[in-house]
Design a protein around this ligand. Sequence first.
Ligand code: SF4
Length: 358
Amino acid sequence: MTPAEFSRCLLEWYRRTHRRLPWRETRDPYAILVSETMLQQTQVKTVLPYFQRWLARYPTVKSLAAAPDADVLKAWEGLGYYRRARLLHAAAKCIVTEFNGEFPKSTEDISSLPGVGPYTLGAVASIAFNLAMPVVDGNVMRVLTRWFGIRENATRAETRKQLWDLAQSLIPEGCAGDFNQALMELGATVCVPHRPFCLLCPVRTGCWAFAHNAQEELPRVAPRPATVKEFEYAGLVLRSGYVLLCQRKGGQRMERLWQFPSVTLKKPVEQWDKRWKETFGAFKTSERLATLNYSVTNHRIRLEFFAMRDFTRRKARGTEWMSFASVRDLAFTAAHRKLADRFVEKPPAAAEDQAKDG
Ligand code: SF4
């Protein structure tokens, strides 16, 4: 099978069998930008309800551009990697101010939008405008390294360039959008990381990895960063229908999201409460309400949640009393949202209302 036959077979297979997904029913560049931004680092089944809610709430670039920052973060709540929401919002504002609200059509103009790197540019330009621009994401990298037998470290700059050039050269004339989606679809559904379904693969003939039984060895990538363990101690402090919350600072991961006041330590220590009191204020007793384990990138975090009693608040920067009713409308980190849903509106007896400002 030649590279040209590879492209033709893959395209035919895609047109026959592809999954029906809402962002494949449109050529609206704004909707495609939204879907491609959401799909970075996130699975299709997670994105589906967010995509539909997002377009119902912000159906046009102009409606997104006009939305307050806090509303945009709230709409993204739970999807993770919040920088994507900020960049999408910034791109919408840029389209309104620089392009008079019309989504730009040239590759140069699309690439000038905030958050649009080579991958997003390729996806939007090819799917919305059928421009012959390649895309290389993790799925495409896997398909190409296996099929062409590329055994160099796929994360090195030279190999990445080779993959982008290859992806560009394979685009059949006039079919960029469908072909790019076909490559990604094959990687997502057939040429999966472990135990790929080679017997169902439309381009099995000619695949180097299949012929050499080397599917699991490719792509070669740099080792993942080591896991970092962290221990987080958070407190539920209530006062007359209000709860003490913090907004994460700029420059932190998950910046500007809300959470309960918490300290994070490298080791589980008996004296976590000393650190907590120094940061937020003194309390006399605490009772454990819940323990959660969650991950953010390579951080594995064990979160202990306590009800604090007889609390005297320090004027800690970033902490605020927020009404119970407002908690529903704030964008929380995923772990703290679970705690808020469970403990704020129906507080446990242990979180009796005994707080005062110091
Ligand atoms: S034959 Fe197997 S390894 Fe090769 S492209 Fe198809 S699914 Fe991937």
